[in-house]
Design a binder for this molecule. Sequence first.
Ligand SMILES: Nc1ncnc2c1ncn2[C@@H]1O[C@H](COP(=O)(O)OP(=O)(O)OP(=O)(O)O)[C@@H](O)[C@H]1O
Length: 595
Amino acid sequence: MDFAEKHNKANGFTKSKYIRGYFKKYSLNYILGIIALLIVDIAQTRVPIIVGEVIDGIEQQSIELSAIRSAIILLFTIAGIMYAGRMVWRYFIYGTGRSIERDIRNDMFAHLEKMSAKYYQKHSPGEVMAYMTNDLEAVRLALAHGILTLFDVIALGTITLFNMVTEIDPLLTLAAVVPLMLIAVTVRFAGKEMFSRFAKRQEAFATLSDFVQENLSGIKVIKSFVQEDKFIDAFKKENRNNYEKNIKLMKLQSIMHPFMQLISGLALAVTIGYGGYLTITAKISLGEFTAFIAYLGMLVWPMIAIGITINIFSRGAASLSRIEDILNEPVEIKDNENTSVVDRIEGHIKFDSLNYKYPDTDNYVLQNISFEVRKGQTLGIIGRTGSGKTTLTNLLLRIFDPDKGSIYIDGTDILNIPLNLLRKSIGYVPQDNFLFSETIANNIDFGLRESNIDKIRASAEQAVVHDNIAEFKDGYNTVVGEKGVSLSGGQKQRISIARALIKEPDILILDDSVSAVDTDTEERILRYLKELRSDKTNIIIAHRISTIQDSDLIIVLDEGKITESGTHEELLKNKGLYHSIYEKQLLEKMLNEQE
Ligand SMILES: Nc1ncnc2c1ncn2[C@@H]1O[C@H](COP(=O)(O)OP(=O)(O)OP(=O)(O)O)[C@@H](O)[C@H]1O
């Protein structure tokens, strides 16, 4: 991006409607902060004049002690004003930056919660996290530090230059300021490189952190495959990269800082040379000369800050546009004008010639799917891995919407059922049964949030996990470790089942949810389901025939198509895929029993 483009982007920052809404909301804070800043700048630029007058008085031996006392009192008063003023602007401007950052983060999170699975397929968690951290940070910097330096540069620069020109000498001002401008130009252009090196350093650090995090999560796998040395070497590489990026940044900083000091020194040399001459030839007084030197010191900061401010706004604008892209991303799966006023779901499901393919893929993973399950019936789904079973349930939950064909519940197209009602009416036990790092009770109560321990316990009993939970020292208050590490796979599965059962959903979906439990426990769970949910709809996906053989309807999925459907007995008679899976599993069982 070239200078002009970036400059336009800087304008873009304040032109953004979204950010202008926040400027408006916090306008009073900004106004108070800027007023405080102006007062500080005005007070600060009085100091050299007062000191200069005292010096002149002393030199000409015309000053009274009482005048020195008044000058000291005035200087103290100015120091007091500057102290209070700096506190005020810090509070209002930096505080407002933090407030807007908090508000934007809330906006982003609320919007991200509405985004569909399709969105997350295109945007990785790492990318989304970068928007929520690095980009937001860049925007906050513009909102706080950027605004502050912008006004400070204008106010302090103008007042100081005005005082130098009107109170001391215009030509001396020109002679001293020209070298100082080199600082502004240097910061502006070297600053671009500095930001780029800074971003690379951040990136290297983020990669390093991700590496450590993944390593720690997968430490058991690493150890069991004796891969520690490989990971140590890979870590060294990442760590070296991080070191190099830091050194690159440091190198530039170590060139820039002394260079700026050199330029300030040059400006001072010019001032002392030419200003000294003007003093000796009595064109300006000694007091004015010292005041001028003090002003020169005050001008260094605005010169540095011009470049910094432009860079901060450019970066802020680029980050803001990325954040706005997220906020403007349309919510794909939502209620629409055709949403009907249904307030209850009975559970009669009908798939009608449904087809689905994932975004950015060519093949339909579901083709021409049609079947019907009535309220009170259980549907069993079986099929090889990758045959489309999970996809089918995700379409029912509207995690995705179908490309062709429809799904009806109680005769209404699910696209027209209020989304909240649809999802509230379905108890879903996903294959990867994710648990939150909270207590077991809260994990089970997740969809209800009633904190009714009797209900929590009852659903844990139905999921045959109560006895396990009772054995834990803290029982239902046991906090599930990160990603459920303290629980076995089977326990996690059954807690997820309890979480679905507590909702007493009209439709229950178990996606391969009893695969990690032994057959006796599985039988007990299925028995409970039969007793408790005989008047509700159940969908059970399984790889084991024993899990689904009692279903009212079983469908066999193969490469996205229903190749067989019927009851267990009917399917066995068919002698198709179902029959061959059955035979295989029967043989496996017999062999296991013989062992
Ligand atoms: N998010 C996705 N993007 C692209 N393709 C996907 C996605 N999720 C699944 N697929 C593909 O869709 C097909 C069906 O996957 P699905 O998870 O529905 O199968 P499944 O029958 O549930 O498998 P399993 O028994 O292993 O759970 C597979 O070929 C899979 O690779």
